[in-house]
Design a protein around this ligand. Structure first.
Ligand code: ADP
Length: 464
């Protein structure tokens, strides 16, 4: 169902409800209210006449009858003590229920005398004029005195023509409202649907890979917000898309290099060095090294994806930060001495911290490995522990060439590797991404300071 149709339907429903309420008020309520007030008025007039009949002179009473008859539009019959019609006033030319052929006066008089209250008030349908009327009777003097009575008959529907007119007016009003409502619904829906349709077109273009398309709002705040949200989504999708493309390019590049080497050395062994054990062993060693590189890359990819999709849970333990760090540094001794590196550790006071030690060890090792790889010719790496009030801060400093300011933002991204890295520096380009993922999982602070030509300091804080 289209938005336009829905809005129009709601408008029509609204108008129909308004028309129904008006109709109900006009036909039911107004008629009832009018009937009641007319009956009450007639009763009052009857009382007044019953009183004046006793107090006024004949001439005065005649005048009163004339006035009442015309003013209140009622037919009047006054009966004396012998039930003879003493006075009569007729406004309906013998068509009322009190006068003319087949009138019901005597029945009403009888009912009146039989009533205990000395009054009657009956709503009667007058066949002759085909309208609802009210017949009111009041005895003169004390109830049961037999001094005579006053009967009045008034038409209850003088508003009939007014009601009919108003009903027609309501009909016209409803039709006009319907036309205006439909026009308004049309205007409103175009006001809303046009920007929505534009947004839909843009979204379709985006779905086909056009990330330059713009989402225009307009119409109302919700549509503006939708456009904003989609622009944001477009930005993020385009980022993810380009990252994915980079990732595929980087992975395939990183896979292709060792694979080419593997093939080349395997062919060399087959064609050249197969019979020469020394050469063959050297070539086989290259194959083994490249296979290790491949394994490391694939493992890093798997680990990172596990860390990022949340399938790896932290196994938190309380550890002594100084002992833990000293153990890790000790493991580097052999390697660093063989290759001529000097890794120094400056501990602080012993301090208990809570973290997942296995994962945090990976963070420390990745940072030290990087420092080893990128440090200067003096081959120095400085690791220090600094206790603060809330955390234990570990800093890994090298004396390398440092990182340019604009690159610092990118080094924690997946597969970011500086263009000037050399093949000697073994790395998958995922080391810092893994560091970032583990520290984020722990909600630990981390960062890097670097000065060109002086080296870099990578740091993180283990909360106490
Ligand atoms: P990899 O070391 O395998 O290239 P990393 O994710 O560990 O991947 O590092 C990403 C990039 O960050 C590196 O290519 C390098 O350019 C830069 N980088 C990391 N550590 C250092 C460091 N200590 N000194 C200078 N640059 C570094």
């Amino acid at each position: 169902m289209t938005l336009r149709f829905k809005i129009a339907a709601w408008f029509v429903l609204f108008i129909v409800i308004i028309a129904g309420v008006l109709w109900f008020l006009e036909t039911e309520m107004l008629t009832k209210v009018y009937y009641n007030s007319k009956i009450k008025e007639t009763e009052k007039v009857a009382m007044m006449l019953a009183e004046k009949c006793q107090t006024e002179s004949v001439d005065e009473f005649r005048m009163t009858l004339n006035n009442v008859c015309y003013e209140y539009q009622v037919c009047i019959s006054v009966f004396d003590s012998k039930q003879r019609a003493a006075w009569a006033r007729d406004i309906l030319y013998d068509n009322c229920l009190l006068h003319g052929y087949g009138n019901h006066s005597y029945r009403y008089v009888k009912e009146l005398y039989e009533s205990k209250t000395g009054t009657i008030s009956l709503t009667e349908y007058d066949e002759k004029i085909q309208m609802d009327t009210v017949v009111v009777g009041v005895v003169i003097g004390e109830v049961g005195s037999g001094d005579g009575c006053v009967l009045l008959n008034a038409v209850l529907e003088p508003v009939g023509s007014t009601v009919r007119f108003q009903k027609r007016l309501i009909m016209i009003f409803v039709v006009v409202l319907l036309v205006i409502g439909c026009l308004l619904a049309l205007l409103l829906s175009s006001h809303l649907t046009v920007p929505l349709m534009k947004i839909t077109d843009s979204a379709k273009r985006m779905a086909h890979g056009d990330y330059e398309t713009t989402f225009e709002g307009g119409g109302c705040r919700e549509v503006d917000e939708l456009a904003e949200a989609l622009t944001y989504a477009e930005h993020e999708i385009s980022k993810a898309d380009s990252m994915q493309r980079d990732l595929v390019a980087n992975v395939s590049h990183d896979l292709r290099t060792p694979l080419t080497m593997l093939k080349a050395y395997a062919e060399m062994i087959r064609d050249l060095s197969g019979d020469n054990p020394k050469k063959r062993n050297a070539h086989l060693q290259v194959i083994i090294d490249e296979t290790d590189r491949l394994t490391a890359l694939v493992n890093d990819i798997l680990d990172l994806s596990k860390l990022e999709n949340g399938s790896q849970k932290l196994e938190m333990k309380e550890i002594d930060a100084t002992t833990w760090m000293t153990d890790i540094i000790a493991r580097y001794k052999g390697v660093s001495e063989q290759m001529g590196y000097h890794i120094s550790f400056t501990p602080d006071e012993h301090c208990q911290v809570k973290c997942d030690p296995a994962k945090m060890e990976r963070v420390v090792c990745n940072l030290i490995n990087n420092a080893i790889n990128y440090t200067g010719d003096d081959k120095q790496v400085f690791v220090s522990q600094i206790n603060t009030e809330t955390a234990v801060r570990i800093e890994v400093r090298d004396t390398g060439s440092g990182i340019e300011k604009d690159k610092i933002q990118k080094i924690f991204d997946k597969y970011y590797r500086s263009e000037n890295h050399t093949r000697e520096v073994v790395g998958t380009g995922l080391g810092l991404s893994i560091v970032k993922a583990i520290l984020k999982l722990h909600s630990f602070n981390y960062g890097v300071r670097s000065k060109l030509g002086e080296g870099s300091v990578f740091w993180f804080e283990i909360n106490r």
